[in-house]
Design a protein around this ligand. Structure first.
Ligand code: CP
Length: 319
């Protein structure tokens, strides 16, 4: 396949990816569902460099690496020389010099993964960079939505909550639009404003501040976490839950085919009531976690496809 961007082995962003490219990864992930273990990574070393906290993303990359016969090594800010002031790029360069095959990076810096890709020979995967993108999260969410809804073309997806701070929302807008879905961003004025969509991509994406009015027409509802670590606290209205939470009362109005997603971690009783998260038939939050391993396995396979630079020096795009 000829990739439309510099992302032949790197995965830095969904922006610019075509529907064919997205489906190629997701089809591969579906194939992996049939054989959860393999040797596709053939001893490759995958360095997970996490400069921000993570449970799902880091551990699912680790699980996927082990399942496919690779070796994960994990670095977090605490306990490493990052705590002594070593920079993102200097840290990544140490792992590149060690000869790792893949660098998976989470950083608070918008565009941080791209900087790593430019500096390093290893294939680079963006595991979330600031407010920019979280491509594997969007891919795994799309995977789950397709499992339930089939082709997403013309399907209606609501993304609800702290849009302004959300890298997940940005990746979703690009991915869902590429697949022909309609996206509506829903949240209080401080957390989603009308200028957001044009700043983002120029695509036609609707904005609403009225969750209840948008709810009935939707096929899938992606609830986002309030990101207090990115300064959201002062912008959250005191009645956030009643206006923008998936309360038990609101969830009771959903039809049998409407899906409720959340990338996690969930603030129970804020974005989702516990009874909705744990018991509502439309809640697919743990399916998202399971899909995360498959999708990340597919992305890792793609990252090492063609082997290391020693085997195919031209295949390391973006380096
Ligand atoms: N959804 C997500 O990125 O979760 P973690 O921060 O736990 O990786």
């Amino acid at each position: 396949m000829t990739w439309s961007t510099d992302q032949q082995q790197n995965l830095l962003r969904i922006e610019g990816m075509t529907a064919v490219e997205i489906m190629s990864i997701l089809d591969d992930a579906r194939d992996l569902r049939e054989h959860a273990r393999g040797d596709e990574l053939n001893g490759c070393v995958v360095a997970n460099l996490f400069f921000e906290n993570s449970t799902r993303t880091r551990c699912s990359f680790e699980t996927a690496t082990i399942r496919l016969g690779g070796h994960p090594i994990n670095l977090t800010s605490s306990g490493s020389s990052v705590s002594k002031g070593e920079t993102l790029i200097d840290t990544a360069l140490q792992f590149d010099a060690m000869g790792v095959d893949v660098i998976v990076v989470r950083s608070g810096l918008n565009g941080g993964a791209e900087l790593v890709a430019e500096a390093c020979d290893a294939a680079t995967i963006n595991a979330g960079d600031g407010r920019h993108e979280h491509p594997t999260q969007a891919l795994l969410d799309i995977f789950v939505m397709q499992d339930h809804l089939g082709d997403l073309s013309e399907k209606r997806v609501l993304i609800v909550g702290d849009i302004t701070n959300s890298r997940v929302a940005r990746s979703h807008i690009h991915g869902l639009r590429a697949l022909g879905a309609h996206v509506t961003l829903v949240g209080p004025p401080g957390l989603v404003d009308d200028s957001f969509t044009s700043i983002l991509s120029g695509d036609e994406v609707a904005v609403s501040h009225d969750f209840d009015a948008s709810l009935a027409e939707s096929d899938a509802i992606i609830m986002l976490r309030i990101q207090r670590e990115r300064g959201s606290s002062s912008l959250i209205p005191s009645d956030y839950r009643s206006g923008y939470g998936m309360t038990a009362q609101r969830a009771a109005r959903l039809g049998p085919r409407q899906l409720i997603l959340h990338p996690g971690p969930v603030n129970r009783g804020v974005e989702l009531d516990s009874v909705v998260l744990d018991e509502h038939p439309g809640s697919v939050v743990l399916e998202q976690v399971a899909a995360g391993v498959l999708v990340r396995a597919a992305v890792l396979k793609r990252a090492v496809a063609g082997g290391s630079g020693a085997l195919d020096g031209n295949s390391r795009a973006g380096s």
